[in-house]
Design a protein around this ligand. Structure first.
Ligand code: TRP
Length: 361
């Protein structure tokens, strides 16, 4: 009798364990991997350090540790962006859901931990498929596994890719009525206006006719508020910025003395952007895979821009990619805005078919 119960329990545990593994495997096997390889990383770093002034591309911030540090930044008191965007999403969830419509294939650019997405997935009852696109494979795998469990009725189709390059949308088993790009976190601000335009054009081609775009942008405001957000007193942003050098040392056979580079973020009011730097505190040379780079005392490597917009200013940029602004939601203090754009639905004119009847495409 006793043995029998133990056997039953073992069997039940086994089934639960198997289901868990299956869930995780589903998320694992579904990932389409198009992340930049080590060669591209090296070429980008060498090209950036060869420029005057020196630059490092910010997309390489997000290795596993970088993604974790970024999640921590999002919880900082000074970093008003994430919590404000979340508040807007929560406060206007009903309206947003209604504006976005039903039957969406939701494609998220730079999904990270997909925290804000949960609000959409909870409210947008008719999201048929969710495609998180992220450059960090490890992070994506974990997030996709968790989402697959929490939303068993939604097809989760993760794509590991640098979203500034061409990637193919995975096929959904369902037939979405339209594609909806979701681009939260003011990540679009990390592109210079010219590159933002180009990226929005790419997004437009992924969205297709009648597709939508829900995007978070950080608004222009008092310089002190902005600078505090990128120079937190606990030094998390400094650790995040310097982690890029750790990653280069580890993955590209480089010898940066990480603590000899100071973190600094300043708001350039004229260009409406935060500029984040790592500044050499001494005269030094660094080698990266055999190539040598010289640094003067006080010489800076620019690691990131973060543009701050007005709603009108951003609308003008999105319009160049064919998007028209449907709605804008903001918080009481107008720190941040969530904008909903739509592409025109291309309806071909009614035309004559061979048999002489007419048909609408
Ligand atoms: N998209 C974020 C932003 O522009 C990224 C970010 C936050 C960031 N803090 C940073 C990038 C510090 C570099 C350094 O707000």
């Amino acid at each position: 009798m006793k043995g029998c119960r133990a056997q039953e329990m073992r069997a039940a545990l086994h089934t639960a364990f198997e289901a868990e593994i299956r869930d995780q495997m589903r998320a694992l096997t579904a990932i389409v991997n198009k992340a930049p390889d080590a060669r591209t990383f090296l070429d980008d770093v060498v090209a950036g350090l060869s420029q005057t002034p020196k630059r490092l591309p910010s997309k390489y911030f997000y290795d596993e540790r970088g993604s974790r540090l970024f999640d921590e930044i999002c919880t900082l008191e000074e970093y008003y962006l994430t919590r404000t965007e979340l508040t807007i999403m929560q406060q206007f969830a009903e309206e947003i859901a209604e504006a976005l419509g039903q039957g969406n294939m939701l494609v998220e650019y730079g999904s990270g931990s997909s925290l804000k997405t949960r609000i959409l997935l909870d409210r947008l009852q008719c999201t048929v498929a969710y495609v998180p696109v992220d450059i960090s494979g490890e992070h994506l795998e974990q997030t996709a596994g968790r989402l697959a469990k929490a939303y068993p009725h939604i097809e989760i189709l993760p794509v590991c890719a640098d979203f500034t390059t061409e990637f193919e949308l995975p096929r959904s088993k369902c037939t979405p009525s339209q594609n909806l790009a979701y681009f939260p976190g003011s990540t679009i601000g990390n592109f210079k206006p010219k590159d933002a335009r180009r990226l929005l054009q790419r997004i437009a081609s992924v969205c297709g006719s009648g597709g939508g775009l829900l995007i978070g942008i950080d608004l222009q405001k008092a310089i002190q508020t902005i600078e505090a957000a990128y120079n937190d007193r606990n030094g998390v942003t400094m650790a995040f910025n310097r982690n890029l050098l750790h990653r280069i040392n580890r993955e590209l056979d480089a010898d940066f003395r990480v603590d000899a580079f100071e973190h600094r973020a300043i708001y350039n009011e004229e260009l409406g952007r935060v500029e984040t730097y790592l500044i050499s505190d001494r005269h030094q040379t660094v080698t990266v895979d055999g190539a040598t780079f010289r640094f003067e005392v006080g010489e800076a490597i620019c690691t990131e821009y973060s543009h701050k917009y007005t709603i009108d200013g951003f609308h003008a940029i999105a319009a160049t990619a064919g998007f028209s602004l449907e709605r804008a939601w903001s918080d009481d203090q107008e720190l941040f805005a969530v904008l909903h754009f739509r592409l025109p639905a291309i309806r071909l004119n009614t035309h004559k078919q061979i048999d002489g009847s007419t048909r609408e495409d």
